[in-house]
Design a protein around this ligand. Structure first.
Ligand code: NDP
Length: 613
């Protein structure tokens, strides 16, 4: 506990809350939610639930003959990771890059997530990749899903990626042959393809998950998952307009995470009655979206997007530049903490210890969450509903959300919060949703229950690449993931991983990581070719060295922080016991250190740590 005088300096006055009470309340709420089955409480869209994962966007199913042939590069995944990498490689002269994508088009998470109100809560000017090259100005400060999807398509068109793309195609195997120095791939369409370079850019937000509860198949109404929205049933569009199919229906939404925050307001506008089934409330702050001023992008200096991303990240990690360029909810809390630390140090005339800083941080966190909770009372007149919407955990225990219309939606007469007090929904009847023994009658159910987060990398891929020694990637990564910069691994020549994977940096803005990795990847391939080589693989020593450097930069305290958090996919449903088991674990706590190492590597121009042949 902090000295009361120090606390007064920090908070600018006396404590107006009791930290011990809050600590106990958070702990009570956490205990209420921890389940012995952990992630096994969920099921993926497989077997009897496979239809929840089917692609609703394909209007024109592809019926084609199997393809055989060779490309310099095959990229698995056509989201921003695959697209940016392909664009960089096209820029480096590779004109035969082939992207293989299970969906019907480019876009990744923005292909799948087209639910009403879908948008990105990272500022569009730092989130949308390659804005400068594309000469594009985001329409709003926070972009809507249809713009992000259309933008993905325009990257595909600009870099000529459509011609060789294989959509509606799933890779089934990838095997390296040392004799031919190639990867050979097979797909579910009978394709036999080969390439010199294999890039795996599979994102984590396309596979829906459902609660493993009874009776889903017995429900007689209409039911689907948020990332496979059924517009035939609801009518309307991703802007949230025209959901006229719901005007005479009782609609149930299960889940109250980042997705539900965006879905609830448009549903509340159209549904005759909307029931929101809540297990744990989200922490919701104001959004304040607005159009991008007409000349905003043109007025920026070259290199602005990268600088703005760095500025954003520096405010999040606490090494603050003077100006907070993005200045939103993501940067605000960390900025406040750092400012308070500086203020505290100048008041007490010495450096604060880590213990003091942790205690100070906890107090500021309590106060921030008090603001989040108090804000709800301004919008929701019914005290019981307002109270149930209040989150009792620390900031960043769960992904924070921002929306101006979510909380006010609960003031509408047709919207009802069904607070399950941490229990969740228990099952279905033919005509409704069960919470305990109580049946809530509904006509339409929408699962906003998130994505498969607890599966391994190769489960996510749906195949297990085989490296030079004949071992699979999952075997190679047992007991531990092994990478060089999170980008390559020993024994898997010419194979690159792109995305916010383990052993990269824990960046909130995923496209920041993607763009830095794509630069690194094209640098490695370019340098390889200028050395006259065609095969590149990190040495065992280089991988070991990287893992040991990474170990010095992982935030070991994070596991303690998450141990006190209410369960969710961030902390492996409350069961993570080591940093690597956290969703963002096993990564550089400060992604700028990671990006800096990549940049330094590129600057020295040698292929240190890589075996070239
Ligand atoms: P989440 O996993 O964040 O949320 C799932 C929700 O379902 C939680 O509220 C969870 O409750 C609830 N739930 C699970 N099981 C039950 C049950 N049996 N009964 C009732 N409720 C249940 O999924 P989202 O789709 O909301 O978000 C996933 C991720 O997608 C985000 O964290 C974010 O990374 C990304 N996203 C990003 C957006 C952006 O703007 N960039 C927008 C939307 C999503 P509990 O909390 O108790 O587990």
């Amino acid at each position: 506990m902090l000295d009361p005088a120090v606390a007064r300096i920090l908070l600018g006055g006396d404590l107006d809350f009791n930290p011990d009470e809050l600590y106990c309340r958070y702990e009570q709420e956490r205990r209420l939610r921890v389940r012995s089955e952990g992630s096994a409480q969920y099921t993926g869209a497989a077997g009897a639930f496979a239809h929840f994962g089917e692609d609703p966007w394909i209007t024109d199913p592809i019926d084609r003959e199997p393809i055989t042939g060779h490309s310099s590069t095959i990229i698995i995944g056509g989201g921003f990771g695959g697209l940016v990498t392909a664009a960089r490689l096209r820029g480096a002269g590779f004109d035969d890059v082939r992207i293989i994508e299970s969906a019907g088009d480019f876009g990744g998470t923005w292909y799948w997530n087209r639910y009403p109100g879908a948008m990105c809560d990272i500022e569009a000017h730092i989130y949308m990749p390659m804005l400068e090259e594309m000469g594009y100005s985001p329409k709003h400060r926070y972009a809507y899903a249809d713009e992000l999807f259309a933008y993905s398509q325009s990257i595909g068109r600009r870099y000529g990626l459509y011609d060789r793309a294989c959509f509606q195609t799933t890779v089934q195997s990838a095997v390296w042959s040392t004799a031919s120095a190639r990867w050979t791939l097979t797909t579910d369409r009978g394709d036999h393809l080969s390439c010199n370079y294999l890039v795996i850019a599979a994102g984590r937000q396309s596979l829906p998950k459902l609660p493993r509860i009874n009776g889903i198949g017995d429900f007689g109404g209409h039911i689907f998952h948020s990332c496979r929205w059924d517009y035939e049933h609801t009518g309307g569009n991703a802007e949230g307009a025209g959901l006229t199919g719901l005007v005479e229906r009782r609609v149930g939404v299960i889940g109250t995470g980042a997705t539900a925050l965006q879905i609830v307001p448009p549903l509340a506008t159209y549904a005759e009655e909307l029931l929101v089934f809540q297990r744990t409330p989200s922490a919701v702050g104001p959004r304040g979206n607005c159009p991008t001023p007409p000349d905003w992008v043109q007025d920026q200096q070259p290199g602005w997007q990268r600088r703005r991303r760095v500025n954003f990240q520096r405010h999040i990690t606490g090494s603050m530049p003077d100006v907070d360029e993005v200045g939103d909810g993501w940067t605000d809390f960390n900025k406040q903490i750092q400012l308070k630390r500086n203020m505290l140090e100048s008041s007490v005339g010495r450096t604060v210890t880590d213990e003091e800083f942790d205690a100070a941080r906890r107090l500021l966190d309590y106060r921030l969450m008090n603001h989040v909770r108090d804000r709800i009372d301004q919008f929701v007149p019914d005290p019981e509903t307002a109270s149930a919407l209040k989150p009792w955990y620390r900031w960043m225990c769960k992904r924070p959300g921002w929306h101006d219309d979510y909380i006010p939606a609960f003031a509408r007469p047709n919207v009802r919060l069904v607070d399950t007090h941490g229990r969740g929904v228990d099952g279905f009847t033919p005509s409704g949703v069960l919470v305990g023994d109580i049946e809530y009658k509904v006509d339409t159910v929408i699962f906003a229950t998130g994505f498969e987060a607890a599966i391994s990398y190769t489960e996510l891929l749906g195949f297990d690449p085989v490296g030079a020694s004949g071992r699979s990637l999952s075997q190679h990564w047992t007991p531990q993931v092994r990478t060089w910069f999170g980008l390559m691994t020993d024994d898997f020549p010419n194979c690159f991983f792109v995305g916010n994977n383990q052993q990269t940096g824990a960046a909130v803005n995923a496209t920041h990581t993607i763009e830095e990795q794509a630069l690194q990847l094209s640098h490695v391939i370019g340098a390889l070719q200028s050395h006259g080589g065609s095969v590149v693989v990190p040495t065992v020593d280089a991988v070991d060295d990287y893992i040991s450097v990474l170990g010095e930069h992982v935030n070991r305290d994070l596991i303690q922080f998450h141990a006190e958090c209410t369960p969710g996919y961030f902390n492996n449903e409350g069961r993570a016991t080591k940093n690597e088991e956290l969703f963002s674990g096993g990564r550089f706590a400060d992604p700028l250190i990671y990006f800096g190492m990549l940049e330094e590597y590129r600057a020295h121009g040698k292929l240190t740590g890589l075996e070239v042949s």
